[in-house]
Design a protein around this ligand. Structure first.
Ligand code: SF4
Ligand code: SF4
Length: 277
């Protein structure tokens, strides 16, 4: 079973919930897909067993044999290539825009004028956090997009396990890529007007992707019915309410989560999700 944990914005407790779910599962794999700012390791404290460099294929043009026909640039929907023909006879490549799709290499009619070369954009780490298989992808500082990295990181999903995918925040391509193909999405939110606004955007996204989902309210306060009312109105199930607690907040700031205290509760959440899938 693959469960993605997402939120409309950062700082809502998405990683807290991901880590608590992974801890509660008997046979868990936690994958940190929040590659621009992975922080699951701060709480799960895994023993890293292997680090591998993550590279993507990008084009390299040999201007000595290129005819400057422009076919590669025409094929690039991401506008990562600019070809200036005669009299300039120059090429320009913008790596930040490149999605490593390979189209430019496919259409180039001149042998070896455009070859694909590896470019390091991040790294993957693999390890163990107690009984949890830990996988993390991180993008190098200054890299523009983690979309391809997430596609490749997800190739390490172990289908025999309860897989918790800690998604990037928001509703961008990287989130879509993380959610693609999962069995269930947990949307984490806080009972504030900002939280509700971002939750609405996330709900729209998962509904468009036709994925089953439910809400976990973090920092829940008795008497605050903001999320409850919205969920009732939209007929969305609230899977769990993690109470607001000074003790949790203070431990969180030290990188500690109340794993054992909430283990049974999150086992209950996993049971509900299993029934819904
Ligand atoms: S398609 Fe090949 S030959 Fe044409 S401009 Fe691009 S690299 Fe040069
Ligand atoms: S690999 Fe794809 S995205 Fe990158 S430059 Fe070539 S066509 Fe454009």
């Amino acid at each position: 079973m693959k469960i993605a944990v997402a939120s409309g914005k950062g700082g809502t407790g998405k990683t807290t919930i991901s880590a608590l779910l992974a801890y509660a599962a008997d046979n868990a794999q936690y994958i940190d897909c929040d590659a621009e700012e992975p922080n699951g390791h701060l709480f799960l404290k895994p023993k890293i067993e292997k680090t591998v460099s993550y590279t993507e294929l990008v084009p390299k043009i040999n201007e000595d044999i290129c005819t400057f026909c422009g076919k590669c640039a025409d094929a690039c929907v991401y506008k990562a290539l600019v070809i200036m023909g005669s009299p300039l006879n120059k090429t320009m490549f913008f790596p930040d825009l490149c999605h490593s799709c390979g189209a430019c290499a496919y259409v180039c009619p001149v042998e070896n004028a455009l070859v694909e070369v590896e470019r390091e954009v991040g790294e993957f780490k693999f390890g163990k956090a107690g009984h949890i298989d830990f996988v993390m992808g991180s993008l190098n500082i200054g890299e523009a997009s983690a979309t391809q990295l997430i596609i490749n990181l997800k190739k390490h999903i172990d289908e025999t396990k309860t897989v918790i995918l800690d998604s990037p925040p928001g509703t961008s391509c990287t989130v879509v890529e993380t959610l693609y193909g999962v069995d269930f999405v947990v949307l984490v939110t806080e009972p504030t007007p900002f939280g509700l606004n971002d939750l609405r955007l996330s709900v729209e996204l998962v509904r468009n992707m036709n994925l089953p989902f439910g809400i976990i309210v973090n920092k829940n306060e008795e008497g605050n019915n903001l999320i409850e009312d919205y969920a009732k109105e939209e007929n969305i199930e609230i899977l769990y309410r993690l109470p607001y607690s000074k003790k949790i907040a203070s431990n969180y700031s030290k990188g500690n989560l109340p794993f054992d205290e909430y283990k049974d509760d999150f086992k209950g959440v996993l049971k509900i999700i299993k029934e819904r899938v």
